[in-house]
Design a protein around this ligand. Structure first.
Ligand SMILES: Cc1cc2nc3c(=O)[nH]c(=O)nc-3n(C[C@H](O)[C@H](O)[C@H](O)COP(=O)(O)OP(=O)(O)OC[C@H]3O[C@@H](n4cnc5c(N)ncnc54)[C@H](O)[C@@H]3O)c2cc1C
Length: 479
């Protein structure tokens, strides 16, 4: 956490007695340090000197995650550390605070921050940028909370990778047929971009991984996608989505379209179409919704819980009036799309989030310097998706259709270019090169997620002998 200017009013008051009070500069508070937070704060700092504005970015994580690369992280083609941009390196001359924003009171120009450890505190501001992104849209399905995992952040992508590799090695060490089937069945729910890329990349990795185990054949792996609508990848044309579907089906991935997950208690999956099976892995990729903190704030929001803005990225109320000093962009904002979008609003993706963030920075800097505000207008550059190593599907500029290897190259090229910071781009390229030369590392590191387990067991005091004997079955006692 870096703090170069006065942050909380409390801190400023205590300092005031000892040191001359710093010149009051407008404070811009940025909620969220993801695509919107990082790029808007950086752009503001480029435009405004430190005497013109203090900028504070608040996020519970000390890094921004480039989510389009998460499927490749889960597949082991990119290292987890390379898809995150640490705030302290990317945000020069900007204050960062690690904590969750738990309350926004724009009427008082105050936000409440809850740190991981310690009491919540308030921060006041002159201007607010809301870039809180989205969270997994979860439904009240029996067993879902206990058995499934999301695929929204780097922690989840790494956990899914280790879990899948772990299930494979556990299955390789058991002769119980039904247990093996359950361990080797991997279920994904939601066939949008994140879900399809995730299942395709992870299936590809799993097929490589089983080559290390003579007791498992690639055909023993079962990958299942459950999707509510009658097609996958709504971001692509029907023709290209059909290509992607057939490509994955030919590899053996099972698709249940027009089917909903009805329950998954104890890993027993039941779909609305009557399909039932046991699985030890359920990855939930069935869409996102705006960060719920917004719905609980006094900022105006639409029925999907997104902050409403105009094309200048200023927050507006239901009558279209500008709410002074509040701006929003990205997944958590309903930004009008002058090129159409979905129902007239920009779709939630990184392409829009990054461009909106830069314009937001320019516009807020213009407000502080009494300049002109510009309108957001971005025509989709295209859609690129990876379907595993050397496989992909892409539509560029609305007309160039690519399949297979060339689409995969377009996916890698585009996202590498979009990845923040040159050092990250270099690291990713070096990682790809090493995977190409030495194959990807497929070691299961499941215990990484509970590193204290061994020590905890060792630290539990042994039961007294009499108690041990009591808990033994009668036959054991007799012998
Ligand atoms: C698996 C996956 C694949 C994707 N693939 C693509 C793709 O190929 N192409 C594409 O264009 N888009 C893709 N996207 C979508 C894209 O990543 C998002 O649209 C984009 O990141 C949105 O930017 P944002 O700044 O609005 O949100 P985010 O980048 O998610 O940032 C939100 C930030 O807010 C922080 N935050 C959350 N709650 C709080 C709180 N209470 N207080 C403070 N901070 C908080 C978070 O930690 C995060 O840093 C993908 C997304 C996922 C999950």
């Amino acid at each position: 956490m870096s703090q170069t200017t006065e942050l909380t009013d409390k801190a400023a008051d205590s300092e005031a007695a000892a040191t001359p009070r710093p010149r009051k500069v407008p404070r811009i508070v940025v909620l969220g340090g993801g695509s919107v937070g990082l790029y808007s704060a950086k752009r503001l700092r480029q435009r405004l000197g430190r005497r013109e504005a203090a900028i504070v970015v608040i996020d519970p994580r000390p890094y921004m995650t480039y989510a389009p690369f998460l499927p490749e992280v889960a597949a082991g083609s990119i290292s987890d550390r390379d898809v995150v941009a640490p705030h302290n390196r990317a945000l020069k001359n900007i204050d960062t605070l690690m904590g969750k924003v738990t309350e926004i009171r724009h009427g008082d120009k105050t936000v409440v921050v809850t740190p991981e450890i310690g009491d919540s505190y308030e921060i006041t501001y002159d201007h607010l940028i809301v870039g809180l992104g989205s969270v997994s849209r979860v439904l009240p399905i029996p067993g879902l909370a206990e058995n499934a995992i999301g695929f929204k952040n780097v922690e989840e992508a790494v956990a899914v990778r280790n879990h899948v590799l772990d299930r494979i090695i556990v299955a390789a060490s058991t002769w119980d047929k039904s247990l093996r089937e359950r361990l080797l069945t991997f279920t994904f729910v939601g066939g949008g971009f994140a879900g399809c890329e995730a299942i395709a990349e992870i299936e590809d990795m799993a097929k490589s991984a089983v080559k290390q185990y003579p007791t498992i054949e690639p055909k023993d792996l079962r990958f299942v996608m459950i999707e509510g609508s009658n097609r996958i990848l709504p971001e692509l044309t029907e023709e290209m989505a059909q290509y992607a579907l057939e490509e994955m089906q030919n590899r053996g991935i099972e698709f249940h379209l027009s089917a909903f997950l009805s329950s998954c208690e104890d890993g027993h999956v039941v779909t609305s179409t009557g399909v039932e099976f046991d699985t030890d892995t359920i990855v939930w990729t069935a869409g996102v919704k705006a960060n719920p903190v917004i719905g609980e704030s006094d900022l105006p929001s639409d029925k999907m819980g997104r902050v409403t803005t105009n094309t200048k990225l200023q927050v507006i109320d239901a009558d279209g009036n500008v709410v002074p000093d509040a701006y929003a962009a990205g997944d958590c904002a309903a930004v009008p799309d002058v090129h159409g979008g979905i129902n007239g609003f920009c779709v939630p993706n990184a392409q829009h989030a990054v461009r909106q963030a830069k314009l937001l920075g320019d516009n807020l800097a213009a407000v502080l310097r009494s300049g002109e505000l510009k309108e957001y207008s971005h025509k989709n550059l295209g859609t690129v998706a990876s379907l595993g190593l050397h496989k992909g599907v892409a539509i560029l500029f609305g007309r160039i259709k690519l399949r297979g290897f060339f689409a995969w190259c377009a996916h890698r090229g585009y996202h590498l270019y979009a990845m923040p910071t040159i050092s990250r781009r270099l690291r990713i390229t070096t990682g790809w090169l090493s995977v190409y030369l030495m194959r990807r590392e497929l070691v299961p590191l499941g215990p990484l997620h509970d590193p204290r387990a061994e020590f905890r067991n060792a630290a539990i005091p042994p039961k007294p002998k009499a108690e041990q004997a009591k808990s033994l079955p009668d036959e054991a006692k007799a012998s």
